[in-house]
Design a protein. Structure first.
Length: 359
């Protein structure tokens, strides 16, 4: 059973760190472990038990979705129920997700769970989430395919005279009509000089002629997994400068895809793109990292950045997204989602990357 194998893996991590039990409160981590899609719930994992604690609204749904979990309806105060389960299991030290607990909640735990000792932990479930199994990769391929279809659709509707916001809405409607729960993040449509903004979320700007339009978007599917793709096109005729920048970014991106492999660190992967862009003299115009992990969230571990020592391994899904951004002129980013394999990588997004001129 899907949930059970994940719980077994989590227990191994707990054992390795000498932890008796962990309370999972992160929403995405809860769904990852249990399959439960409700908006409220806590997961308590001990050496022998796996509990999903939720309220009366979700009891039927939880029993249906959270295979291999004991479903517990919590009291008016959730912490009373957690305390009871800790007592039942003779737990005197509880790990909690420090990245998902605000200070006020921590103080409540401290007061109401005493004398149980609290142990902050970081990234336990996230460590498991870095490695996608075949089922997850199939779900991610659906999200990537929808991103590709959305780009093809946009090539038929993009024209001078429309606003960036209209185009962003067009993308979101298309994705929702074709199986997405929502977009993975606020859709970026940045045209003309605004394309030099790496994260230029769509504005009222009217798209003109002879300028870049950068589209960075993704689908968050009903199945809980994301895609994240960027394509940059030119309205009308590109100038020599448009072509130069586009071709450098494309060369860097293709080189990275050819050379990405397991055993590399995130830093080494980042350098694949960065070294080429720097060699052409645009290193200062590439200010963000080469990529990031992707899965149930649009940004997760690992990172392809100058600061990352994480070693890439088969089953990790990452983006590869170099860019060049020239204030006052415009910018280009080209991004694909790829899975690291035993020998290199496999693309999930397959949209064409030749420079598209939209007349």
């Amino acid at each position: 059973m899907m949930a059970n194998t994940r719980v077994v893996q989590l227990r191994k991590l707990l054992e390795k760190q000498g932890l008796e039990a962990v309370l999972i409160t992160g929403e995405v981590n809860r769904r990852y472990l249990t399959g439960f899609t409700g908006s409220s719930g806590y997961v308590l994992i001990t050496g022998h038990k796996a509990y999903l604690i939720t309220d009366f609204r979700y009891m039927v749904q939880a029993a249906h979705q959270a295979v291999g979990f004991e479903i517990v309806e919590h009291a008016a105060n959730v912490i009373d129920t957690v305390k009871q389960l800790l007592n039942d299991n003779k737990i005197d030290k509880l790990a909690f997700e420090q990245d998902h607990v605000v200070y006020a909640t921590f103080r409540t735990y401290e007061e109401e769970l005493a004398p149980v000792k609290l142990q902050p932990v970081s990234g336990l479930v996230e460590e498991l989430r870095m490695f996608k199994d075949d089922q997850e990769l199939a779900l991610m391929k659906q999200a990537a395919d929808l991103a590709d279809q959305t780009f093809m659709h946009m090539l038929t509707v993009l024209k001078p005279g429309v606003t960036e916001l209209e185009m962003a809405l067009e993308m979101e409607i298309f994705m929702r009509k074709n199986g997405a729960a929502s977009s993975s993040f606020d859709t970026i449509v940045a045209s003309g000089e605004r394309s030099a903004l790496p994260h230029g979320v769509a504005s009222e700007r009217v798209i003109g002629n002879n300028e870049f339009v950068k589209m960075d978007f993704g689908a968050l599917m009903m199945n809980g997994y994301c895609s994240d793709i960027t394509r940059t096109v030119v309205m009308g005729e590109p100038t020599a400068k448009h072509r130069e920048i586009y071709n450098i970014v494309l060369e860097a991106q293709l080189y990275a895809l050819d050379h990405l492999r397991p055993g590399m660190t995130g830093r080494e992967a980042d350098a694949l793109c960065r070294d080429i862009i720097s060699r052409y003299g645009y290193g200062d115009q590439f200010g963000h990292s080469t990529g990031h992990g992707l899965g149930m969230e649009v940004h997760e571990a690992p990172r392809l950045s100058k600061l990352s020592d994480t070693i890439l391994q088969p089953g990790m899904v990452v983006t590869v997204e170099p860019g060049i951004y020239i204030p006052g002129f415009g910018g280009v980013r080209i991004e694909d989602d790829v899975v690291i394999t035993e020998t290199g990588m496999r693309r999930l997004t397959e949209s064409s990357k030749e420079l598209k001129m939209i007349k």
